[in-house]
Design a protein around this ligand. Structure first.
Ligand SMILES: *Cc1c(COP(=O)(O)O)cnc(C)c1O
Length: 369
């Protein structure tokens, strides 16, 4: 007789649902017998510009070294990040995507009997990394779809070791300002690690969003995570990082896999950091695309949550699943967010002008039925 190996998994893991990624283009093409070239994917907050030529060149230069292990300490990339943020290289943690850094935090600081506080409608990885190590996720109700920082403060108890906050948040796109962050950090107990996830910070314009890095010195319990997956356009390579106190970085370094960031990713990230033109183009395309989509949604009579990311959560005011299905049949992939407690919404990533136009046209057709 075979055992029930689900029942044998630790309770936190039994209660997890696997992360649901955006549907891959080739999968939809197979399912509906469509030409993959005609499919538009606006489901994973990917950079629509394609990779930067400078990044491709850096990767090509690295290829002859493919038989070697990568630099396990990521010396060059850490040096560059340290210089950029005026911190010591010992304060930098590199990750196989910033998801990896979030997991390192959970493995190092959470355990059964302890908890992490995060918001409703927050990034799906927070509950995954928390429950995976047997800790409890304390989910705090949102206010106007965004983080209710006061309620999050109130949720912190003796067993809380970590608070995850995202600015802007995914999938809602909501954000908080510098004053709100300062007030929050001033009140969080000093033995609670605040993980400030700034995956979309490069898209923020005009100082509307605080730069988490400027709070590090005054708050040794703060860790700021960022990624090369979004504005830098390196999602496939999996590379992200955190800046924290050197002591926290040392702790995270103890639990990471020895070669957690591969050599192509390291080379690409170094090249991407210097590529100010690509970053400016990413921002510019995003702002333009955001306006294009907002105008299009308004013309369709739709409501959305104002966003500072590279995506918008649109409210259809009814079950959005049939709309998602109809869009798929039009060859447009967006992201259902029912799993985030937002069943009437779809999250739509900002694409190229042509992709955005395709999405709006498909929506118009679908909603007219
Ligand atoms: C996309 C995203 C990340 C980045 O993930 P990577 O592992 O770096 O690709 C982190 N946090 C949030 C909120 C995100 O949306």
């Amino acid at each position: 007789m075979s055992c029930d190996f689900l029942a044998l998994a630790q309770p936190g893991v039994q209660q997890l649902s696997p992360y649901v990624p955006g549907k891959p283009v080739d999968e939809l093409a197979r399912e509906l017998d469509l030409d993959p070239a005609g499919i538009v994917k606006l489901a994973s907050n990917e950079n629509p510009l394609g990779p930067s030529p400078r990044v491709l060149e850096a990767i090509r230069a690295e290829l002859p070294e493919l038989t070697r292990y990568p630099d396990g300490n990521g010396f060059e990339l850490k040096q560059r990040l340290a210089a950029r943020y005026a911190v010591a290289a010992a304060q930098v943690t590199l990750g196989n995507g910033s998801n990896d850094v979030l997991e390192l935090v959970a493995r190092a600081y959470l355990a059964p009997g302890l908890n992490a506080v995060f918001s409703a409608h927050a990034f799906a990885v927070y509950p995954i990394v928390t429950q995976a190590v047997g800790a409890l996720g304390k989910v705090v109700p949102a206010r106007d779809w965004g983080h209710d920082l006061d309620a999050m403060l109130a949720a912190i108890d003796q067993q809380t070791r970590v608070v995850f906050i995202a600015n802007p948040n995914n999938p809602t796109g909501t954000w908080f300002d510098s004053e709100a962050l300062a007030r929050f950090l001033a009140q969080v107990p000093q033995d609670v690690l605040v993980v400030l996830d700034e995956a979309y910070i490069e898209y923020a314009e005009g100082g509307e969003l605080p730069d988490g890095m400027t709070f590090l010195q005054a708050h040794p319990n703060l860790l700021v995570s960022r990624t090369f997956s979004k504005a830098y356009g390196l999602a496939a390579l999996r590379v992200g990082y955190a800046i924290s106190s050197a002591q926290i970085a040392d702790v995270l370094n103890r639990v990471r896999q020895p070669f957690n960031v591969n050599s192509l990713a390291l080379a690409a990230a170094c090249a991407a950091l210097d590529d100010t033109e690509y970053l400016a183009a990413s921002r510019e395309a995003n702002s333009r695309g955001m306006r294009q989509l907002e105008e299009g949604f308004a013309a369709l009579g739709l409501e959305w949550i104002p966003s500072r990311g590279n995506f918008i959560a649109v409210d259809f005011a009814r079950d959005a699943a049939p709309i998602d299905q109809a869009l798929l049949r039009e060859g447009v992939i967006v992201r259902p967010v029912a799993g985030y407690g937002m069943p009437t919404f779809l999250r739509i990533s900002i694409g190229t002008q042509a992709e955005n136009a395709r999405l709006l046209e498909a929506l118009r057709k679908v909603l007219a039925r």
